[in-house]
Design a protein around this ligand. Sequence first.
Ligand SMILES: C[S@@+](CC[C@H](N)C(=O)[O-])C[C@H]1O[C@@H](n2cnc3c(N)ncnc32)[C@H](O)[C@@H]1O
Length: 298
Amino acid sequence: MNRKRSPPSRPEGRPVDRSIEPVRDRIVHGDALETLRRLPSGSVHLAITSPPYNVGIAYQGYSDDRSQSGYLEWLGTVWRELHRVLVEGGRFALNVAPTSIKNFQPIHHDLSQDLRHAGFVMRTEIIWYKQTMGRRTAWGSWRSPANPHIVPSWEYVLVFSKGTWRLEGDRSKIDITAKEFQDFSDGHWMIPPERRRHGHPAPFPEELIRRLVKFYSYRENLVLDMFGGTGTVAAVARQLGRHYLLVDASAEYCEVARARVDAARTSDGGLPVPPPDRVWETDQLDAAEPPVERAPAR
Ligand SMILES: C[S@@+](CC[C@H](N)C(=O)[O-])C[C@H]1O[C@@H](n2cnc3c(N)ncnc32)[C@H](O)[C@@H]1O
């Protein structure tokens, strides 16, 4: 069901990026690939995501245990669609954790190779150091080279670009400070895992997303998470004055995300980004009209 909306009104002289209007500031319940297929080409500036890892995590309404080849093949189709919807120079930050010590699978290597095959240029990898050594119990063969374990206390953020490394943008929409820029460009980020789970088994810490959004995008860019869970990327994007688009296969997570993004007001004097009006279904996107732009709050 689509509601009729009046045409957007906006202050005179403000340039409008028409390519992102039909899709921005939405929470979409549906499949990542199906939803990407409905997005206009060249409409997203930054995608940040953490896909299901295929390790049997109990997500709402999704089975996380496909065959390894079927899983990578499916993600390969997602990467190709993502490449299409990114603008030239658009970025993709993929969070991936090393898999468990038993049955170790170097999935980060598989994924970086598949993404390059899908046309992306790999630009770096960030080590997200989670400082979780205190909790470890599995040492393998204690104090012996017979079979010692390394238990990963880190995750990766693999970063890619579409086409060129450079993302064109308006210099007045840069909001990173010199100190932040210096700190973030050291690719070893010490950030504890998220404690507030919002009913999700694997939420991002907000600080991780804040750094990626500030480092890799301009204010008013469109930031996408197509495996968006309970909405960390969308909420942080809105707080930082970026437009957002979240997709998740779970209706329950989408509802949590809607409330979270609604509460995440734009700060730092940026142009206010609208809250999500409701949770959309993927098949409603084709007929979607641009969201009405609200007057900035004074
Ligand atoms: C690792 S979690 C992401 C959590 C998110 N980063 C957060 O901070 O809440 C992966 C998410 O992908 C969703 N998912 C699984 N299969 C999907 C699909 N085919 N399309 C869209 N979302 C899917 C799951 O419901 C889960 O929320």
